[in-house]
Design a protein around this ligand. Sequence first.
Ligand code: F6R
Length: 349
Amino acid sequence: DKGGHRHFMLKEIMDQPQAMTAALKDRADFANGRPADVMQLERVVLIGCGTSLHAAQVGRHYIERLAGIPAEAESASEFRYRDPIIGPRTLVVSIGQSGETADTVAAMHLAREKGATLITICNAEESQAARVADGALYMHAGLEVGVASTKTFVASLTILQLLSVYLAETTRRLVDQMARGPGLIGEVLAEANLYSSLARRIGHYDNFLFLGRGANAAIASEGALKLKEISYIHAEGYPAGEMKHGPIALIDPEMCTVALAPRDDLRDKTLSNIKEVKARGGLVVAVLTKGDDEAASEVDFPLFIPQAPDLLMPLVTTVPLQLLSYYIALLRGCDVDQPRNLAKSVTVE
Ligand code: F6R
């Protein structure tokens, strides 16, 4: 049931406030402070593929910032063929919508052999991942039909926030902040038609560069992945600080740059990158905090999002990129729910 929408993907984008609420439900007791066994953890390693890898990359920021535990994110397909140095004081967190991704499951087996504590964040219950892990944190996002992951990304980020809060020492305030997430996502969704008209202005570009810093660097990668998956447009996601080290050579009037520059401690840095792109004749779409007229005056198309606590920012910046991809794919006549060459669950490597 598409709930009155033309595609499952749009329905699933619109379902995200509920997906976040469902992921949070009855889990506030996560916030009761760091238990003794957690104190023994030396390191957290987050693994996944595709969109779930991007969730892992955001999760790494959460764990380091909130819990102060060294954390890293890696593609499960790389991790499984290294000889990673992990042991009983490593917590390995696998992320996956399906819980059946071959590389992710194989990476989990490797972590198990090496004696790590292993948990999985997945949507599908009774999946391979849930069987291999010591514990599963289910997303409860409901079935995701669109091949391109949307609401399960938001649900993964939500669970990663909860997990980071659980690993942290001071927590109550953070859980209160998280409760604002569904409403903030809803505010962006209420303006979905703006993205449809923007798609008509930029949907003919054949090259896109997505830029962000901090956790938003992972969201930039996710924005690029969504666009390439469903519209078949060449798109790259880059940490904005890497621009000068190569990608800036690509900038010309044929390149559309989508920059994530909401008001946070890195906004000024990203704004400098935006100016560099403009100076080279590139077109700039930027996701900005409402009221940031100074930044808006530097770009071709500002996309405003509500002010959000740092913790929630990656969830809020995700939504404009999903909507933009959706409407561009629609405009180009692509099969949004079943993009070519892709399968919902990648059970062979
Ligand atoms: C992106 C997408 C894929 C999956 C990847 C991992 O929209 O759908 O990149 O994210 O195949 O799948 P899971 O999360 O099931 O392990």
